[in-house]
Write a protein that binds this ligand. Structure first.
Ligand code: C2O
Ligand code: CU
Ligand code: CU
Length: 470
């Protein structure tokens, strides 16, 4: 039910998304903020606030998320128009625990429909927040997440049909960090030493406003870490756990540390790896997560270590976040040699080909653009399937499945790297590549989408529907 205030607000904000952005803030921004001219590492990296439940019972935590227009100081001294959950850019972090239920009531104050999707969550079709399950302007909707899955760095974001790309680009995304008893027993870095970092691409105009042009790969030259360009983050000389999310619409990141230290990956999209996987660099395509431990205890106070991105071997690195070691600290945390046991892989009985391609300006899966009325893949509940995902384009893509987790069997016949060999829900597929994934459909029945998570592509057709039936 819409409250009177919601209705009024939605009425005032009626109009196109781009047109409805306030011009007042723009006028107030006297200094044009050419983001390129920004001095690196002058702004602190914010950590999104952890959302408190509005109420809790013995087994359920209730939360409220309000989708609205807001402004954020992304570039120094400039108010940038953004879309937010609860006024926060990026959205607040929800923390959940396996065995406890999370209920989120999302209210839409925008003048157009939104959809709230929990990426990586095993939600019922009604709670999944698919592209056609809109929260109409001025209304609200309740989502129930059972959290019957293992600890994992999940995230939530908008999914409104054809608008998901612009909505997420303008700010509608946040972390949903799920823990469980097993993970808590591991003694990994926790509390303020467990820090989510959302990386994303962005393009600003001369007034410091976000520019959204579909498929604008080359225009989005700025990267933001938790909503700030090239911030610094003060750390103590000890181990930290960073939940790194590639929240970009289009950008792939290949991450490394300027110190040459390994990133110790402990979890991927859907849970802990069997064992820590040290890596010089980690590539994340949009939607993917890497949960890594970095030990600053090996470096003296005063050291600066930069998390950076390198597009290709010879390319100059792009600095993303500077970690400044500013204090000593005690560190009782550990990274055990064994983290989790992966479930056994059942023998698959169904094989499918998923072809990512394009025709003109439309992005396609198996020759078709998304049609929400069509079921593309009929799955029998309980079946274990292998999907061979092929990229027939000159640009990279990836594939994300709603509902299920999967395992990567191989890339062009080669086994996946250790960091990719765990539980996944999104996988990159480079030009010309064929990647085989295996999944078992043993949770909910109903209709769910799968799509390229370069959201500009999914908004332009690179999405399809699977229906799981008994
Ligand atoms: Cu991150 Cu269809 O979702
Ligand atoms: Cu998803
Ligand atoms: Cu794509």
């Amino acid at each position: 039910m819409a409250t009177r205030r919601c209705v009024l607000k939605a009425g005032v904000l009626a109009g196109s998304l781009a047109g409805s952005f306030a011009t007042a803030a723009r006028a107030a921004a006297a200094t044009p903020a050419a983001s390129a001219a920004l001095t690196p590492f002058t702004l602190p990296m914010p950590v999104p606030p952890v959302l408190k439940p509005s109420s809790s019972t013995a087994d359920t935590d209730f939360y409220r998320l309000v989708v609205g227009e807001s402004t954020a100081e992304i570039l120094p001294g400039v108010e940038t128009d953004v879309l937010t959950y609860n006024g926060s850019f990026p959205g607040p972090t929800l923390r959940a625990r396996a065995g406890r239920r999370t209920v989120v009531t999302a209210t839409n104050l925008l003048s157009r429909g939104v959809s709230l999707h929990l990426h990586g969550g095993q939600a019922s079709p009604a709670d999944d927040g698919g592209p056609m399950e809109l929260i109409q302007p001025g209304t609200r909707r309740r989502y129930t997440y059972d959290n019957r899955q293992v600890a994992a760095p999940l995230w939530y974001h908008d999914h409104a049909h054809m608008d998901e790309a612009e909505h997420v680009y303008r700010g509608l995304a946040g972390f949903y960090l799920l823990t469980d008893d097993h993970e808590e027993e591991l003694n990994l870095p926790r509390g303020k030493y467990d820090v989510p970092i959302a990386l994303r691409d962005a393009r600003f105009d001369a007034d410091g406003q976000l520019v959204y042009v579909p498929d604008d790969f080359e225009g989005r030259t700025t990267s933001l870490a938790n909503g700030r360009p090239q911030p610094y983050f003060n750390v103590a000389a000890r181990k930290y756990r960073f939940r790194i999310l590639n929240a970009s619409n289009l950008r792939f990141y290949t991450l490394s540390l300027s110190s040459g230290d390994d990133l110790i990956q402990i979890a991927s999209d859907r849970g802990l790896l069997p064992a820590p996987a040290p890596a010089r660099s980690i590539t994340l395509s949009p939607g993917e997560r890497a949960d890594v431990v970095v030990d600053f205890g090996r470096h003296p106070v005063g050291t600066r270590i930069v998390l950076r991105h390198r597009a290709s071997r010879g390319a100059p690195p792009e600095n993303l976040v500077a970690f400044d070691v500013t204090a000593k600290a005690r560190d009782r945390s550990t990274v055990p040699d064994e983290l989790a046991e992966l479930p056994a892989l059942p023998t698959p009985t169904v094989h499918r080909d998923i072809v990512l391609e394009r025709a003109g300006r439309t992005w396609l899966i198996n020759g078709k653009a998304f049609d929400p009325a069509r079921v593309d893949t009929a799955v029998a509940w309980g079946t274990t399937e292998v999907w061979t995902v092929v990229n027939r384009n000159r640009v990279p893509h990836n594939l994300h499945l709603h509902l299920v987790q999967f395992r990567i069997l191989d890339r062009d016949g080669r086994p996946p790297a250790a960091g990719e060999a765990g539980l996944k829900d999104t996988v990159r597929v480079m030009p010309g590549e064929a990647v085989r994934i295996q999944t078992t459909f043993d949770t909910w029945t109903g209709r769910y989408v799968y799509h390229c998570h370069m959201l500009d592509h999914s908004a332009m057709g690179m999405m399809a529907t699977m229906e799981i039936t008994d």
